[in-house]
Design a protein around this ligand. Structure first.
Ligand code: HEM
Length: 335
């Protein structure tokens, strides 16, 4: 066997293992995936310009904000994990007593919503009340991550409708904490119909973006309440983070040191070096099967294929379609 055939063989074998793990776990818990009504080119007849409008505005903004991909990817994930991908994350409260998803603690640091509103304004001009905010979020996340690659990094079947319910309590219950351990993460993802391979692939989103020191301060400075540091973190990396965070808890750190604006495989390389930022990231090497996937996803081609597959799955979670929900006129308000 030549070197090249050998490499191809390994790539193929890796993909097969990943596919097998994915398929098996998917069959066990596919309850939350309900996206069969979604389809590509959904707006071709009703709003043929829609996808282009999203892409153009996203690419314009990505030109001066290299973190846009990270911002919009996180918005899409936070939308999908709470009541499915229904744009509920975008709704503003309409009374003093209403506590919407956006007001829940994990959502207070979300950014990029202004770009979604700008897109919606332009799409409404082209085709009033036709394209949902949920679809715009899904497309914008994909296009922002894809911009530097010059190709679409995953497919986004469309036809989501917008939901009317947005509750802060549901955001808190459904979004995993950065201090989650492996079994908590697997359980929470399993509830959404996402399997082990999805958990490891989607966590790879942490190859881009930033985090606030407040999120990691316990891990760095008071892990067991005795002024100590999580022993699972590489000591040099821990010291680096401490220098960034000791002055002010409001400081920020890169999710993926030195490559926080590039969507690549370095997240997995860092995990193996015990440089995962959150306990949830680090937990992925605490389980043998997950660690095996982390190892495989160090290969960027494998990671990209698996990330694309898992994003398509996440984007189809508990979606409203057909006559369900509505198409909002503006994304932050119910009609
Ligand atoms: C596995 C469980 C997960 C946990 C516990 C988690 C937690 C967090 C936390 C605490 C932050 C930092 C927020 C801040 O301090 O501003 C963050 C950032 C981020 N997360 Fe996750 N996350 C998880 C999964 C995901 C998934 C599945 C995606 C997308 C598919 C994602 C995408 C992102 C991105 C892109 C950022 C950076 C955002 C920015 O730069 O503003 N995360 N995540």
């Amino acid at each position: 066997m030549t070197m090249k055939t050998n490499t191809n063989f390994h790539l193929l074998a890796t993909l097969l293992v990943v596919l097998l793990i994915g398929t098996l776990s998917f069959e066990v818990c596919n309850g939350a995936i309900n996206g069969t009504a979604l389809r590509l080119k959904f707006y071709n007849a009703t709003c043929p310009k829609a996808e282009n409008i999203v892409k153009t505005i996203v690419e314009d903004n990505a030109g001066f904000n290299p973190f846009l991909g990270a911002l919009l990817l996180r918005v899409h994930y936070h939308d999908c994990f709470v009541r499915g991908c229904d744009g509920s994350i975008l709704l503003d409260p309409t009374s003093e007593s209403e506590q919407v998803e956006l007001q829940a603690e994990p959502n207070l640091s979300l950014l990029g919503l202004d770009v979604i509103e700008d897109i919606k304004t332009e799409v409404e001009k082209a085709c009033p009340q036709t394209v949902s905010c949920a679809d715009i979020v899904a497309l914008a996340a994909r296009d922002a991550i894809s911009a530097p690659f010059g190709r679409q990094m995953w497919e986004v079947p469309l036809g989501r409708r917008d939901g009317n319910v947005s509750l802060a309590s549901e955001a808190i219950a459904n979004l995993p904490s950065p201090s989650s351990n492996f079994s908590a993460l697997l359980h929470l993802f399993g509830h959404k119909g996402l399997n082990l391979s999805d958990l490891v692939a989607l966590s790879g989103a942490h190859t881009v973006g930033i985090a606030h020191c407040s999120v990691i301060s316990t891990r760095l400075f008071n892990f067991t309440g005795k002024g100590d540091t999580d022993p699972s973190i590489d000591p040099t990396y821990a010291n680096f983070l401490k220098t960034r965070c000791s002055a002010n808890i409001k400081n920020i750190v890169e999710m993926d040191p030195r490559s926080a604006t590039s969507f690549d495989n370095s997240y997995y390389k860092n995990l193996i070096l015990r440089k995962g930022l959150f306990e949830s990231d680090a937990s992925l090497i605490s389980n043998t099967s997950a660690a095996m996937l982390v190892n495989q996803f160090q290969n960027a081609s494998v990671f990209f294929v698996e990330f694309a597959r898992s994003m398509k799955k996440m984007g189809a979670m508990d979606v409203l379609t057909g006559g369900q929900g509505e198409i909002r006129k503006v994304c932050y308000l119910r009609n």
